[in-house]
Design a protein around this ligand. Sequence first.
Ligand code: C2E
Ligand code: MG
Ligand code: MG
Ligand code: MG
Length: 282
Amino acid sequence: ITKKKGGIGISYANENLTILPKDYLDLEKELKEAIENNEYEMYYQPIVDVDKNIIWGAEALLRWNSKKRGLVSPGRFIPILEESGLINEVGDVIIEKVLKDIKEFENKDINFIISMNVSGIQLLSQNIALKLLDRIKELNIKKDKIIVEITESVLMENIDFILPQIELLKKEGIKIEIDDFGTGYSSLAYLKKLPISALKIDMTFVKDILKDEEDEQIVKAIISMAKSLNKKTIAEGAETKEIVDELKKLGVDYIQGYYFAKPMPKEKLKNFLENFIKNKRG
Ligand code: C2E
Ligand code: MG
Ligand code: MG
Ligand code: MG
């Protein structure tokens, strides 16, 4: 996603994605109606603290529960939300839902941190930091309960524009993580300066860590760099015990992946947490 003269444009690393689906116009219309029809829902995927062996947090992930199409994954519809600009409206829905869920978790004694994805379009077309901070204040939410995820490519390609928002969040006590780390082009000078608390190592490196020597070296290098810059690391997409063990050996701080849990509706979280404590620690 890049700022252009005439406004905001999207460019994808994978050129194929710019080919719009045949039913693009239908989808766009349905995605808009989905707001009023209340078809958007947040799922939560637990994140494990490797040293303490506890659930440290969860990532909030958008789902579209379409009456017509069933449960649709973000990979299919987020590009359309971004292309059409609808991501701003849906982004507001996401903020509302996530903040209210955080409140609910607090009341139910579910004690963890929620990370929320923010689209580059949102960051470039409005002051999302300010909006978020206002709502957090209105709802009286503890600021250390929420983390904002920004993808590496969006952040680095638009650093001048996004930096003030990041600095505001940081100043107000909200942590920021770089998502899909390793797939963009980070400037090391920026990485050193930016008020970022953690790097989320992209799934593409994690998935083949046992098979591909280079991927293993990349993950090693990211962890070692993060440590020396005093940032945490989170590995995404760990699907097997072998991968989890390897990541632990390499010294990653947090792990998120199907091995522990798939994203789930919030109603299932409490049960999951109780079972996790029973099985892994009890
Ligand atoms: P992401 O932010 O990098 O989220 C992680 C994705 O990896 C999620 O896919 C999650 O389900 C998936 N994942 C986690 N562990 C595993 C694993 O072990 N194996 C496999 N195969 N996958 C795993 P999901 O939910 O489909 O989301 C895809 C992307 O859509 C997200 O990538 C994010 O870029 C975007 N997205 C999702 N929710 C939101 C949202 O609320 N707002 C915005 N702006 N983007 C979102
Ligand atoms: Mg994310
Ligand atoms: Mg990611
Ligand atoms: Mg991603």
